[in-house]
Design a protein around this ligand. Structure first.
Ligand SMILES: *Cc1c(COP(=O)(O)O)cnc(C)c1O
Length: 460
């Protein structure tokens, strides 16, 4: 009876919304390795990084000692349109599973972009605007990041140029049109509008594209023009920093009811939502205050943590971005055209990679059809149609809840529900028709990806 005091949805008030983002690197003994300049192979300087990224964002990227970054009031005001987001107790799912586990999910799908990506989009657009730029360029995979950035740019009056991975551009015309409705210019990638795009098309005619290719095109479009900068929706430490609003709100909501989670689960594409969700909890672990089981879930088709290597690699296929030390499948790895476009990325956040390397986190990979089955089960009892990406976390949360059913343990499971799947109905259609397949890369395919990782002393 006691536990029923916990409501279905734990809402925070606007005043309880965090006033600063948390930089978990400040509490890490083993800091992520510095970004390397691709020309000199030396740690990149702020000046050089600021040629690609906005100055303040470059500063955030390189800062591994400042624990808290105040959230500017303009950004906080934008956040208030759709935040704080609810932490939901999945009573219905628990009952359906017949598990003694307590399941909570932090729902980030309550905005038009349909995902957590708006949290960083508004921050990045804000700093671009404050620097007096005309606009920003970016890539988008499934379309969520491009949509989020289009919304943020429209709000602040910035020009927004989006390179959209070709298979998504074709598979997801609705998302493309949302972006255009918000005023963005959307180009399918690889395209012949950039030198790197033309080169990739020559090498791989008929390719369905990848996030890595699209990043390269967006970087070129930004650096070859005055008044533009490139912004990225994941992978970078600055993005993870902005996404800590997810974890900080979760922490506040849990504390409000004296709930202590046993495990925290997030899906991992580039690692920003997962990193943002777990950062405050990892911080407690790093400071020796608490212990949690932190779990990253990735698709079996793009297994950067579970089958990748920890090396310096380019964040993009065109090798224009600086090199980052991370778990990677190689910048030349082109994942199969799965239905979780947002998780099709060859690398992983440097922060998440280091936490994983240091054993503070574990990782699992899951097959696509199992993910959709979990999504359907969740949708039927929790009323939310989840994004395929988010459903990776659902899958492992359900697995863990069922383990509790066997052992009789009542663990408290928290997972990140990063977004909604309304624009993924073609994929759901495949699943419903029984036509969905599970693609797992062979060792040979992985080796080809690894061969694209740059080789230099200390990186083999
Ligand atoms: C982009 C996206 C992800 C994965 O991105 P991360 O940077 O790994 O967080 C997960 N879920 C949804 C709904 C997304 O749009």
């Amino acid at each position: 009876m006691e536990e029923k005091k916990i409501p279905y949805k734990i809402y925070l008030s606007e005043d309880e919304m965090p006033r600063a983002w948390y930089n978990v690197r400040a509490d890490m003994t083993n800091k992520p390795a510095p970004l390397l300049d691709g020309e000199t192979m030396q740690p990149i300087t702020l000046e050089k990084l600021s040629e690609v990224f906005c100055e303040e964002l470059a500063r955030q990227e390189m800062d591994d000692t400042t624990a808290w970054f105040e959230i500017p009031e303009e950004i906080r005001n934008f956040y208030k349109m759709y935040r704080p987001s609810p932490l939901v107790r999945a009573y219905c799912l628990e009952e359906k599973l017949g598990t003694p586990a307590h399941i909570y999910y932090k729902f980030e799908g309550n905005n038009t972009s349909g995902s957590h990506k708006l949290n960083s989009a508004i921050a990045q657009a804000y700093y671009a605007k404050r620097q007096g730029l005309k606009g920003v360029t970016t890539e988008t995979g499934a379309g969520q990041w491009g949509t989020a950035l289009s919304m943020a740019c429209a709000y602040l009056g910035l020009d927004c140029e989006v390179f959209m991975v070709k298979c998504s551009y074709e598979q997801k015309p609705f998302r493309r049109e949302v972006m255009r409705t918000y005023g963005a210019n959307v180009t399918p990638s690889p395209s012949n509008t950039t030198a790197v795009g033309r080169k990739i098309l020559e090498q791989f005619p008929g390719t369905s594209g990848s996030l890595g290719c699209a990043i390269s095109e967006a970087v070129e479009a930004a650096t070859s023009r005055e008044g533009y900068r490139y912004v990225l929706g994941s992978v970078l430490s600055q993005v993870l920093l902005h996404q800590t609003i997810i974890g900080l709100e979760t922490q506040t909501a849990l504390r409000k009811y004296g709930i202590k989670p046993d495990m925290i689960i997030g899906c991992a594409g580039g690692g920003s939502n997962l990193g943002g969700l777990i950062a405050p909890f990892a911080g407690e672990m790093l400071r020796g205050e608490a212990n949690y089981q932190l779990i990253a879930v990735e698709p079996a088709s793009c297994p950067s943590l579970t089958r990748g290597v920890y090396r310096y690699d380019y964040c993009d296929t065109g090798a224009i971005c600086p090199l980052q030390k991370m778990y990677t499948l190689g910048n030349g790895f082109i994942p199969a055209a799965t239905h979780s476009g947002g998780l099709r990325y060859h690398g992983m956040s440097a922060i998440v990679s280091q936490l994983y390397e240091d054993g503070l986190m574990e990782a699992r990979s899951v097959a696509q059809t199992d993910v959709f089955a979990a999504a359907q089960e969740f949708a039927k009892c929790e009323g939310i149609l989840p994004a395929p990406e988010s459903s990776h976390a659902i899958k492992v949360a359900i697995d863990e809840a069922l383990k509790c059913k066997e052992t009789g343990e009542s663990k408290t499971i928290v997972f990140g529900l990063t977004g909604t799947g309304y624009f993924d109905m073609m994929s759901y259609g495949k699943f419903n028709d029984g036509l969905m397949t599970d693609y797992v890369p062979t060792e040979e395919e992985l080796r080809r990806g690894f061969d694209s990782i740059p080789k230099f002393p200390g990186n083999e």
